[in-house]
Design a binder for this molecule. Structure first.
Ligand code: HEC
Length: 243
């Protein structure tokens, strides 16, 4: 039950991220998958992980089929976890149905919200493309409690990366509260209010974050649009685990 420094990033559509984690410190899902075995999370040394998986006879043939010529090691275990994560996708929301031509798939409020998102509210400067992310790192003025989190700057010492975090996907965003790298907002309304204020911390703030003139109606339209990015739940059944 240790409290970690950052909020858990969503794995929804993580397959599309060029870099993983809020600060991009992991370059692939395979590399990321081994991180949480460390002391802060699962506390399972990788030698012990390998020993345990190797000791389950049923895994032998399954790994041999999936990774011919490779043993059961941390490398193949990471590949297997990453392959599962790549199946956790969100791509058939009401918004997608509307893009595909179903005029009734979006409420008028969500349609107005989309216009604002790509227009006056300037959200698509960063949340762009199929996955609503430019895969870039930006400081949007989120206030940390305690020591400010350097974000991407810890890995790349460019002034503009001070307090910068990866643009997260907005797909399934209604399902993944709390929001931001530190989980400081519980609702999408609070997130929109953050952008209307033009952020809270102005040091190294992205030039694309400026106070917005949005009426209460326009703010709720933006939220309606973001809610329209929710795909139908996909059932993942727990497989019969090998013994
Ligand atoms: C300058 C680039 C940029 C712009 C412009 C921008 N965002 Fe973001 N957005 C980000 C980044 C980066 C984060 C993560 C910041 C953090 O955690 O410190 C984020 C976080 C979010 C989150 C929380 C996502 C999560 O998983 O926690 C939502 C929701 C969001 N933005 C919606 C919007 C909306 C709506 C707009 C327009 C009003 C907007 N963004 C404009 C870059 C941007």
């Amino acid at each position: 039950m240790k409290v970690l420094a950052r909020s858990t990033p969503t794995i929804v559509n993580a397959a599309f991220n060029q870099l993983q984690m809020w600060d991009g410190r992991k370059s692939s899902l395979e590399e990321q998958a081994l991180g949480p075995f460390g002391a802060d999370e699962q506390n399972l040394p990788l030698e012990e992980l390998e020993r345990r998986v190797q000791s389950i006879p049923g895994y032998g043939p399954m790994f041999a089929e999936a990774y011919p010529g490779e043993a059961i090691t941390r490398t193949t275990i990471a590949k297997a976890i990453a392959s599962f994560e790549r199946t956790v996708l969100s791509d058939d929301s009401p918004f997608d149905a509307w893009v595909a031509g179903d005029q009734d798939a979006l409420s008028p409020a969500a349609r107005r919200g989309f216009d604002l998102f790509v227009g006056k509210a300037n959200c698509s400067a960063c949340h762009q493309g199929f996955n609503f992310s430019d895969n870039g790192f930006h400081n949007i003025g989120v206030r940390d409690h305690g020591t400010p989190d350097p974000g991407r700057f810890a890995l790349k010492k460019l002034p503009s990366l001070q307090g910068a975090f990866k643009t997260p996907t907005l797909r399934d965003i209604a399902l993944t509260a709390p929001y931001m790298h530190n989980g400081c907002y519980d609702t999408l309304e609070e997130v929109v209010a953050h952008y209307v204020r033009g952020g809270d911390v102005k040091d190294h703030l992205s030039p694309n974050v400026r106070p917005l003139q949005l009426s209460a109606q326009e703010q709720s339209d933006l939220v309606a649009f973001m809610r329209s990015l929710t795909s139908a739940p996909r059932v993942v059944s727990v497989p019969a685990l090998p013994r």
